[in-house]
Design a protein around this ligand. Structure first.
Ligand SMILES: [Mg+2]
Length: 405
């Protein structure tokens, strides 16, 4: 069936957006919709949208990025709708086509009857308007039980874990080299010597063998549901000095909005040839700012370092929870904590001694066993923090509203 290209505008004025009521005598009469229409031949989508807004509202539109696109199938045609974020560049919207106009906030959506095709879009607008709580995890010994190279890679090259890390540390110290770059180098050298593949897929394959602490595999869904019950949108991120490729092959990879970790660059034969990203102790902290500002593309330093007003940052530090196990996590733990978020150090059952000092020296808020099962102390602590995040955000919103009145 032929695909009809349709565009629509999500026209924002601060936290409100414009909706239009269809005239009573037309199809889907008196239902609410977004302004827009068909893309005509020879027009770009943006041009079509600006034309429609002139024709229907008598305004000049400034079109921004795509908010989302949906395909909707009617009995007689298939419509591909692209919805753009936009704002009024000039003019005051007039009722040239519509019965009524309204500027509403996302929580006022349930009070209006919309065209059925807009359902998915409205759901997304509500979701996006919720405050984001971000859980940031270290990986090795935080989610999985030992360093990720120790499950498959190190035995495959015929070494013990002790020997592998000793060689890597000796290289780092002897050459005054970054420890993370040193282990990435030793991995390639040792794989060559043992004639093992260093193709990307070989590393990804190793992700299957990881063992996680109890409850990890269904933790993310559980926390998401709990967050949603508080009106929060929960996002999970990894900040790890391990290999992204191995994490990619693990059963929990899909739970993360983004995984920041070390990674190789691969040549045209898909063979590792250079370290693409190396994530050590203090470089870990840059990812907190990336998440805070919503700049997840590692090659984009410009936006990351540009001035962003506190209010425009998608994930405030006070909405962050950092979970890690050891010294490499300290810079992140401390940074999250001093900025109003919470940090948790986890330890294997019975080994509280490993993290006691982090609590005593004020580097973390809590220490908990690495037990992610429903009803565990860790789950309760995270739930309490999420309750605080929800309350704090609601209060901040109240202040904002009072300032606008
Ligand atoms: Mg760790």
């Amino acid at each position: 069936m032929e695909m009809t290209e349709v565009v629509a505008a999500l026209i924002w004025d601060r936290d409100r957006f414009l909706i239009c009521q269809r005239p009573a005598h037309k199809a889907r009469g008196l239902l609410w919709e977004f302004v827009g229409g068909k893309v005509e031949q020879g027009e770009t989508k943006e041009e079509a949208l600006r034309r429609e807004c002139r024709e229907e509202l008598d305004i000049e539109l400034s079109v921004r990025d795509v908010f989302m696109d949906v395909v909707h199938e009617y009995p007689d045609l298939t419509v591909h709708l692209t919805l753009f974020n936009a704002s009024v560049a000039s003019g005051e919207p007039k009722l040239l086509e519509h019965n009524a106009l309204a500027w509403i906030t996302p929580d006022e959506i349930p009070g209006y009857a919309f065209c059925p095709a807009d359902e998915e879009i409205l759901k997304r607008i509500i979701e996006r308007s919720r405050p984001v709580a971000a859980l940031l995890y270290d990986f090795d010994k935080t989610l999985c039980t030992k360093d990720m190279q120790e499950y498959t890679f190190i035995p495959n090259v015929g070494m013990t874990a002790e020997a592998f890390w000793a060689e890597s540390n000796a290289l780092a110290q002897g050459s005054k080299m970054d420890g993370v770059l040193a282990y990435m180098y030793v991995m390639l050298e040792r794989a060559h010597a043992a004639k093992k593949s260093i193709r990307r897929e070989a590393f990804v394959e190793m992700g299957r063998d990881l063992e996680f602490f109890p409850g990890v595999e269904d933790w993310f869904d559980r926390i998401d549901r709990f967050g949603a019950s508080l009106g929060l949108n929960v996002e999970h991120y990894i900040i790890s000095s391990g290999l992204r490729e191995i994490i990619e092959g693990s059963s929990i990879f899909g739970a993360f909005r983004e995984v920041f970790a070390c990674e190789y660059l691969y040549d045209e034969n898909d063979v590792a040839c250079w370290p693409k990203n190396a994530v050590n102790y203090t470089t870990k902290t840059q990812f907190l700012f990336r998440i805070n500002k919503g700049v997840l593309d590692l090659s984009d330093d410009k936006t990351l370092n540009a001035y962003t007003p506190e209010d425009d940052r998608p994930v405030p530090f006070r909405n962050m929870i950092y979970i890690g196990d050891g010294l490499t996590d300290v810079p992140c733990m401390k940074l999250v904590k001093v900025n109003g978020g919470c940090s948790i150090a986890v330890y294997p059952e019975g080994r509280q001694d490993k993290v006691r000092d982090l609590l005593r020296h004020d580097r973390v808020n809590f220490i908990e066993p690495a037990d992610y099962r429903a009803g565990s102390a860790l789950e309760k602590t995270v739930q309490d923090i999420l309750r605080r995040v929800a309350a704090q955000n609601a209060l901040t919103e109240r202040t904002k509203r009072q300032l606008q009145e």
